[in-house]
Design a protein around this ligand. Structure first.
Ligand code: BMA
Length: 895
């Protein structure tokens, strides 16, 4: 040992400035099945399923019924192994760690046949000290245990009482006891996803050798001091000091663009040390804040941090720092019982509009940066500003949050617990504590994350008694709930991060849940917190069925993905709505019937005798139904933002379920697996537009509200038109005088009894006519053209077959991915019209009425909207001490 230390000191002196060497263990490993009958190469990061697929040992796991055929993969106990040589003289390094950024999930880890540790939590980072075991040439082995068998064992070992649910509903074709393993909860099956409980090393792995001392991590939080009106930066750096004596030096932090530089002496005692720095941002330079998409720029500032320590050791890191504040406002509302529930960013109340994010693939190693960019850009292209990373998936990879920062997408971040009760024994809680501490540390520097949320629907599961718990056992489960989410997760989060709110669950009653002992007797109370709302049976065209709640963080309807997506993973015999395949892919009980029942309320169901035609038409119709249902509901929430009716309203968030798909199957998603836009996504682009006229009827009176997400009032003219179904020429058109649309409000713009509206327009009846309306200023469109159906479309009279043609300049196709979507839309419409139905949804109606069958002309009109909006909406005063972006208005008005 002494010799080793002497050697080390010599090295330290010699290797001035470079006290760490790393060896990545990414790449090829060997994978062996439990009984050794299968041996194959496999990539790290990766998993057994993708390795088997790469070696052609299995077919595409998503093909037809392969999710069931390949159950054996997750029931086996696999081993990953690798031999590796250290390319530097390992004996000269004082400390050697083996670091796993993520292991999925239950393993025993051996290095050179010595057990160096165990893993049982997919969401933790593992660092094993291998100083005494590592050699020049090494063999490493990870002996996995089947996650399914492990979960069953853990559940069995929990003998005092059951922790339900045991198994998912049969229709989900999943595995049991997922709540007993810290692994992606939906990997055991969900109501939109298959069961593929993967095994593998799903993130980076490396050997890290160092002398003297090593920087483990650094993280930072920008904090606004409202009293002094200045920004500060709290920086936390963690060191492992292996030197036997204290290490001295200094640290320099610089943010050149903010003319901020600070140097400070540091002293590191031996052992694991955390250094906290407090940097004051130069007050003379105005800091541009980070804004959500649609509200301003996403300005960030480069920061470098340089540690210069004794022995010539210097460590330099850089990062992008974004400045923004977030507050969750829960306060009394005039004329309403309960409390508000909304977010202020940089002091500005913002309506959160968007959707819920689930894992983009069952096999995380297939989720590339390009795929993430495609999906997240689609969210922004649909005018969303928020995604909720749902608690049944994974804490997403760094790239996801970097993209959200860049694109201005606010993230509601759940902790990974969903739709279940969870054990709260010491072992489980300890593991969760480490998971949470690590994830908060990894993610907290991202401005995009605006709130932490303890779990998905577990307060509701408990208090609405989803699992038939005996009333006398309730205190036990409540106690476990509070132990896990409040006494542990919440406590860790609030200690580590004071820059954003924490709520214990979604849905929750927020402050009211806290007041009721962290669990409310009805977490779906419309007067508090957020709600989730699903009703597939009632008529979705009737807005009265929707909850006028403070914030709606989940709601939605299912639809089928397009035929071109399904075709890739099915065969001809599967192509009918009643096929075994169609039933198999549907994981929500009665989902296929519900979709038809809902569609049948307003549309003629497909009539074709040709089975394939009929299948395609049905798929299409489910998408029309879904789009129209979510549109009606979302517009209801948006127009409720500044209303309180009978004590209900002040709705400040609408996040529909769900943005993306994990595989090709019917689901609530608006983006298909792979990223293709469903009809709903095109609708979302309109119903989330920053300026939107919303039409609806109440007792035979037609109303139009103007919803504005802008920061300044806007002068608009509203045009209301009546069209017969048989012509694209409006029958009547009327234009209001100049109206003021209040910034950040929903304002009543128009009110007229339907009989009078029809009467003033000659030949109109409810069945013959449809209403369209839009906002404009100085002859330029400021909003999407919206529409209101006066009768069910199955009763509409005068529909014609449309023959719409379009041309797309090739240059545009490559330049604008969102425009490609527009083309697909029109193809759909054309296909549909060939069949003789005539659903003419808003975006198409608007486009048709402008006779803009040609893509380039509709593009030009979007550009002009931006310009004219900039003219007609005056720039609002920015808040004191919080400069706004100069380009905000133009940016906002682009739809
Ligand atoms: C909510 C979600 C998911 C589910 C969805 C649709 O409850 O939290 O668990 O997939 O509804 O049923």
């Amino acid at each position: 040992m002494r010799l080793r230390l002497l050697l080390l000191l010599a090295v330290c002196g010699a290797a001035a400035g470079a006290a760490v060497r790393t060896l990545s263990l990414r790449g090829r490993w060997r994978i062996r099945s439990g009984n050794g009958s299968l041996e194959l190469p496999g990539d790290v990061p990766g998993c057994v399923h993708t390795a088997l697929l790469q070696q052609n040992l299995i077919q595409d796991p998503y093909y037809r019924f392969n999710d069931l055929n390949y159950r054996w993969i997750s029931l086996d106990n696999w081993t990953y192994s690798k031999e590796f040589k250290i390319p530097f003289d390992i004996s000269k390094w004082q400390k050697v760690n083996l670091i796993f950024e993520g292991v999925d999930t239950v393993t025993k880890v051996l290095l050179n046949d010595v057990t160096i540790g165990e893993t049982d939590n997919m969401f933790k980072r593992y660092s094993f000290d291998v100083t005494s075991v590592v050699r020049d040439v090494n063999s490493i082995e990870l002996r996995f245990q089947s996650p399914v068998l492990y979960a069953a064992q853990q559940s069995k070992a929990h003998t005092r009482y059951e922790v339900p649910p045991d198994c998912p509903p049969v229709v989900q074709k999943g595995e049991c006891h997922v709540n007993f393993i810290r692994k992606e909860q939906c990997s055991f099956g969900w109501d939109w996803g298959p069961s593929f409980p993967t095994q593998g090393i799903w993130k980076d792995v490396r050997v890290e050798a160092y002398n003297f001392c090593q920087l483990n991590y650094f993280t930072f939080s920008p904090i606004y001091d409202a009293r002094a009106q200045e920004w500060n930066l709290e920086i936390e750096s963690s060191f492992d000091v292996v030197s036997s004596k204290p290490v001295y030096g200094h640290v320099m932090v610089a943010l050149p663009k903010l003319q901020t530089q600070q140097t400070q002496g540091i002293e590191l005692q031996p052992g694991e040390r955390v250094v906290e720095l407090f940097v004051k941002i130069n007050k003379n330079i105005s800091v541009e804040t980070w804004w959500p998409h649609g509200h301003g720029n996403q300005t960030g500032y480069n920061m470098t941090i340089l540690f210069e320590l004794e022995e010539g050791l210097s460590i330099e890191k850089s990062a992008k720092v974004y400045f923004r504040t977030v507050e969750l406002i829960e306060e009394p509302i005039k004329g309403s019982p309960g409390l508000s529930f909304y977010f202020k960013i940089n002091g500005l109340p913002i309506f959160l509009k968007g959707s819920n994010w689930i894992p983009a693939d069952s096999f995380q190693d297939r989720v590339t940066s390009d795929l993430l960019r495609l999906l997240l850009q689609s969210a922004v292209d649909a005018n969303m500003n928020t995604l909720r990373v749902w608690g049944g998936g994974v804490y997403e990879q760094d790239k996801f949050y970097e993209l959200c920062d860049e694109l201005g997408i606010m993230v509601w971040q759940d902790f990974m617990f969903a739709c279940a009760l969870y054990p709260a024994g010491q072992g489980f809680v300890d593991s969760v504590r480490e998971e949470v501490a690590y994830q908060v540390r990894r993610l907290k520097s991202h401005p995009s994350i605006i709130t932490w949320s303890g779990n998905n629907e577990n307060e509701a599961a408990l208090m609405m008694n989803w699992y038939g718990i005996h009333i006398s056992d309730l205190p036990t489960y409540i106690n476990d709930y509070v132990t896990l989410y409040v006494k542990n997760i919440r406590e860790i989060v609030l200690t580590a991060d004071k820059t954003r709110p924490f709520i214990t669950s979604s849905p929750t009653n927020g402050a009211e849940s806290v007041a009721e002992g962290w669990v409310s007797h009805n977490p779906y109370d419309k007067h508090f917190g957020d709600v989730h709302f699903y009703d597939y049976i009632s008529d979705c065209w009737n807005w009265k069925i929707f909850p006028k709640a403070r914030f709606v963080s989940e709601y939605g309807y299912q639809s089928w993905p397009s035929f071109s997506t399904l075709e890739k993973i099915s065969s001809e015999e599967d192509w009918s709505y009643g096929s075994r395949f169609s039933l198999h892919r549907q994981h929500h009980a009665d989902g296929n019937t519900e979709m038809l029942l809902q569609a049948g309320l307003h549309f003629k169901l497909p009539q074709s005798k040709d089975p394939l035609r009929s299948f395609k038409d049905t798929i299409y119709l489910t998408q029309v139904m879904q789009a129209q249902c979510v549109k009606t509901q979302t517009e209801f929430y948006r127009r409720s933002r500044s209303q309180v009716v009978q004590g209900e309203g002040h709705t400040m968030g609408a996040l529909y379920w769900q943005l993306n798909d994990i595989w090709q199957a019917p689901s609530w998603a608006s983006l298909e697996y792979g990223g293709k836009w469903k009809m709903l996504h095109y609708f979302a682009r309109h119903f989330f537009a920053p300026l939107l006229p919303v039409g609806f009827e109440n007792q035979d009176v037609f109303f139009i509200y103007g919803v504005s997400d802008l920061r300044s009032d806007c002068n608009v003219t509203l045009t209301v038109r009546l069209h017969t179904w048989s012509s694209l020429e409006p029958l009547c058109s009327r234009r209001t005088r100049r109206l003021v649309m209040k910034a950040g409000k929903a304002t009543l713009l128009y009110e007229e009894p339907v009989p009078r509206l029809l009467k003033t327009c000659g030949k109109c009846t409810r069945q013959r006519c449809v209403v369209s309306f839009h906002l404009s200023a100085a002859g330029q469109l400021l909003s999407p053209t919206n529409y209101h159906f006066l009768s069910s479309l199955k009763e509409a009279v005068g529909l014609h077959k449309a023959h719409i043609t379009f041309s797309v300049p090739a240059t545009l196709l490559s330049r604008l991915p969102s425009v490609v979507g527009l083309v697909q839309w029109k193809e759909r419409l054309r296909g549909h019209h060939h069949e003789g139905s005539a659903v003419v949804p808003g975006s198409i109606l608007g486009a048709s009425l402008q006779r803009s069958g040609v893509l380039s002309s509709s593009l030009t009109s979007e550009e002009t909207i931006g310009r004219s909006c900039a003219r007609s909406c005056s720039q609002g005063a920015s808040e004191p001490g919080r400069p706004s972006s100069p380009s905000v208005v133009t940016h906002l008005c682009l739809i």
